[in-house]
Design a protein around this ligand. Structure first.
Ligand code: PLP
Length: 405
């Protein structure tokens, strides 16, 4: 008889978004006084840039001709030269030198963050920020690294609490020393972006203890403040302790198109083995790359025209973020994020719970948000709003919230 992976049975089973859906549906059924505005959405809404569409169209035509047709991508790291070099150049423009065979192109940062555990032993101690993007937690639970879920936390994970007191960036752990450390900056859900000094402390810690930092910079393109690092590799010593995940999803609206990349420096060695070589081996066995059409689309985001167009869209989202942040501040709320990220992290008023505030905003303002408690215990007392909506609806939502507070 076949046996299942019992670790899957330990997962608490998609509580957050199903529960939001249930409450929204129940409220909608009672004929709300106003149409709902959704500011809980974690997906982009604006179409792909014209430069991207042009490049895809050309690539589609090439695929239809015998002399330019392409089958499996035989190149290193599942990436065509043109995309690998474009990514390498974009790092170089930021002062970061990466070898082209350190860049692995994939179909998503979610896949890569979720699959990277394949190359690490099951006995590694895993640390996650709290609150956190659920993928890091759930994939480690599936692998058996998280222990048991006790209704609030996983028994074997190290939770690095990110609160207003520490500027939503975790302090170095004092007790258990983690081997694998997930850091997401700019952060989903808090919108906080780490400074060079903050990251340096973790890089030094990881090098001192032989830990590996798994650095998710999916929102790097939203950074507006000068001096905030866009890459972990801007930090001295990172190449011997860090892996970086990036994605075209939020950068260029590729959530439905699918393309991302992961950088593993060749200097990164554990147990005497190169992690770059291990990941290459893993990808070679479990992954056959991203389509030529999509790699051409991704390449187009690095052209002058492409850059201009994707920056306009990011500017549009960041303007929504500012409308949300300024509006809620004027309404007397305490608000974080929204400057280097499309997420605004809002303290609930009068110490009410995340879910209570979610219900107030839903029932009184007809605005859908995301309760912070769904991202981890330290998310309690917050709700997350996102800047991915339409400008008019976003402004209207904020007006409504101000009226009901
Ligand atoms: C959206 C998001 C990603 C992107 O995932 P893709 O699979 O590339 O679409 C990665 N990390 C975080 C924290 C995200 O919010």
């Amino acid at each position: 008889m076949a046996h299942i992976n019992q670790n899957f049975l330990k997962l608490p089973g998609g509580y957050l978004f199903p529960e939001i859906g249930r409450r929204v549906q129940a409220f909608s059924a009672q004929n709300p006084p106003k149409p709902l505005i959704r500011l809980g959405i974690g997906d982009v809404t604006q179409p792909l840039a014209p430069a991207v569409i042009d490049a895809m169209g050309k690539a589609v035509e090439e695929m239809g001709r015998k002399d330019t047709f392409r089958g499996y991508c035989e190149e290193i790291c599942c990436a065509y030269d043109f995309l690998r070099f474009a990514i390498q150049d974009s790092y170089k423009a930021n002062g970061v030198l990466i070898a082209d065979d350190e860049i692995f192109v994939s179909d998503g940062a979610k896949s890569d963050c979720g699959s990277i555990g394949d190359i690490f032993g099951l006995d590694n101690v895993v640390a996650v920020c709290d609150p956190v993007y659920p993928v890091y937690v759930d994939t480690n639970a599936m692998a058996g690294r998280a222990g048991e879920y006790d209704g609030e936390k996983w028994t074997e994970l190290v939770y690095l609490s990110c609160t207003a007191e520490n500027g939503f960036f975790p302090a170095l752990p004092k007790e258990k020393i983690p081997d694998l450390i997930y850091i997401c900056s700019p952060n989903n859900p808090t919108g906080a972006a780490a400074t060079k000094e903050q990251l340096q402390a973790w890089v030094d810690y990881a090098n001192a203890h032989g830990s590996v930092i798994l650095y998710d910079s999916a929102y790097e393109a939203f950074i507006t403040e000068p001096g905030i690092p866009h890459s972990i590799f801007e930090i001295g010593g990172a190449k011997t302790c860090a892996i970086e995940f990036r994605s075209f999803s939020k950068t260029a609206g590729f959530t439905g198109t699918r393309c991302a990349y992961t950088v593993i420096p060749k200097e990164l060695v554990r147990d005497g083995v190169s992690l770059n070589a291990l990941w290459n081996r893993r990808q070679g066995s479990k992954f056959n790359g991203v389509s030529y059409i999509v790699q051409r689309a991704a390449e187009a985001t690095f052209t002058q025209e492409g850059q201009k167009q994707i920056k306009e869209t990011i500017g549009f989202y960041l303007n929504n973020a500012k409308v949300i942040k300024d509006g809620l501040r004027r309404a007397g709320l305490t608000v974080y994020g929204g400057v280097n990220a499309p997420y605004i992290w809002v303290k609930t008023p009068d110490g009410i719970s995340s879910w209570e505030f979610f219900d107030v905003l839903l029932k009184k303002a007809c605005v859908v948000t995301t309760p912070g408690a769904g991202f981890g215990p330290s998310g309690e007392g917050y709700v997350r709003l996102t800047a991915f909506g339409e400008a008019e609806a976003t402004a209207e939502a904020i007006d409504r919230i101000r009226e009901v507070l």
